[in-house]
Design a protein around this ligand. Sequence first.
Ligand code: M6R
Length: 362
Amino acid sequence: DKAGYKHFMAKEIAEQPTVLADALRGYLEDDRISLPGEELDFTKVERLTLVACGTAFYACLTAKYWFEQLARMPVEVDVASEFRYREPPITPGTVALFVSQSGETADTLAALRYCRDKADKIVSVVNVAESSIARESDLALPIHAGVEVGVASTKAFTCQLNVLLLLALKAAVDRGHMTQEALSETLSALRALPGILNAAMARSDDIERVARQIAEARDVLFLGRGLMYPLALEGALKLKEISYIHAEAYASGELKHGPIALIDKTVPVVVLAPRDALFDKSVSNMQEVMARGGKVLLITDAAGAAEAGQDVWQTIVLPAVPSVLSPLLYAIPAQLLAYHTAIAKGTDVDQPRNLAKSVTVE
Ligand code: M6R
């Protein structure tokens, strides 16, 4: 049931504020993070290995930044199809964590089985609670996104991010890198996030206008730094998946190591850059793009828009949020941009060609 929306994808994008608020309630007892099922004590964990495919992999990549920054934990991230055949050594003290919406992705399940007798603990972050990946884990953490029908993952991504962030915050507190006071502050920002996501949804018409022009492009680049780098990858995946436009993402600092050769006036460059500690660096990368005739679509907050200069082609302004929460917010315009571009191109948004919702064969 599309509940009045034209596509499941539009419905699932719009549901995010509600499902995130519900999901959060499932993990909080007052201002304490409490995991459903068995407790996970991060003081005993030496290393985390995160494994997934596609969008779930980008959620893992985001989590690496969170675990490293907040909890000072060593984290490895890999795509399941590489991980399983590389057969990496898993040393004692490792928790292996698998992220999957369906819980049935063949490569992710095989990677989990590879870790079975090697890791201290197998944890999964899943949407489908009765899935193989959930069943075969020591601890399965539900993301509470509800059924996701659109092949392009949207609400599952933000709900995966939500659980991964809560885990990183718990690790930070367990390991003495975060005070209860700082945790309470972040949790209240997280509780306020659904309202802020609704404000971002209200940019949908602006995004639709830009999307009509993006739909003319043959190639689109996405750039981001820090937490915005995995999100740039996710934005590019979403766009190529449903609009069939060739899209690539790079860490902004990699631009001058090759991709800048692609820039000309036909290549829109989407820059994801809230006004955070890395913003000045992103601005200088943007200037390099604009100096070569590239058209920059800047997604930022009001402070970022004010500082970005006049030459930016288009700007989408989002509310300002604490840096740590920016991936959850910036996912919304990335999804809406892909959605509206696909609509402008007339592609099948919910059932893109060549793709299946659940990849149960390798
Ligand atoms: O069910 P899973 O989360 O394990 O699926 C992983 C990928 O196949 C999935 O995220 C895919 O990349 C999506 N179609 C992206 O929108």
